[in-house]
Design a protein. Sequence first.
Length: 325
Amino acid sequence: MGNILVFAEQQDGQTKGTSFELAAKASQLAKELGGEAQAVYIGATPGDAADLGKYGISKVTVLENADLAKYNGEGYAKVLADFIQSSSPSAVLGTASSAGKDFFPRLAARLDAGLASDCTDLRAEGGKLVATRPVFSGKAIVDVDFGDSALVLVTTRPNSFVKAEQGGGAAVVETAAADAGTLRAVVTDIQASESKEVDLTEAQIIISGGRAMKDAENFKILRECAEVIGATVGASRAAVDSGYAPHSMQVGQTGKVVNPNLYIACGISGAIQHLAGMRTSKCIVVINKDADAPLFQKADYGIVGDLFEIIPAVTEELKKLKAAA
């Protein structure tokens, strides 16, 4: 098997954390498969592009195009397909982000290649790449074997791998003009969220509220706790449908799929749609006054009680611990 190419995402001129963790994983796999790990950006050169070298990336190519400074699925698919055809990597890895979910299927169609999406693990086996992904809303896990395919495309769930430096130096960064062709749609503006929280898909700690929060104002107790522990606040579909939180906060099958180190569910019963979005979290804590709530079956730690009493008390104790540290 040859080289592994990582599609690195950027935001506000800096590389996203999920791309660094994917780079580290690609580097490990490339060593096992006898190739090199390389990376590609689209649009413009981020200020920290060379830092990918610390995570095992030997070479970074930036496909520059002013029309692609803002994400464009059609343009991204074309310029990356052209680059792949000229550089001939054996595998292309991307994050299962909004962008990755949108344009990697387009890329697969252009290249007539197979695609394993939303994977939670990758490994080298018998000189080939094998991907692991959840199916049936996370109720089962399957291995994807690409057989003798000359090109493998994979998108991986954020926070699936350790963001560990591989002891490398700065990566070689090269730029190349990219021809996006005639774009049928162009993004003219992006309205940034006023929230300063880390996006749910990249957050390592998430505290979510369900319908039991009763109204939008009560989410302030979750935000107070989140501020202390550096978490991002999420919500269940029931809470979003009730108008307590915007859809951007929704965790679940019809919201955002997350994979944090710690997930704290407050007043969430655990419908299968919600489980599909967070069941791969490393540690799950459930707070619910209903001892029979289905989510307790998936919890590493559970507290049966009133969240309006428990969350403020936990927040105060965390503040004390933080002050004493």
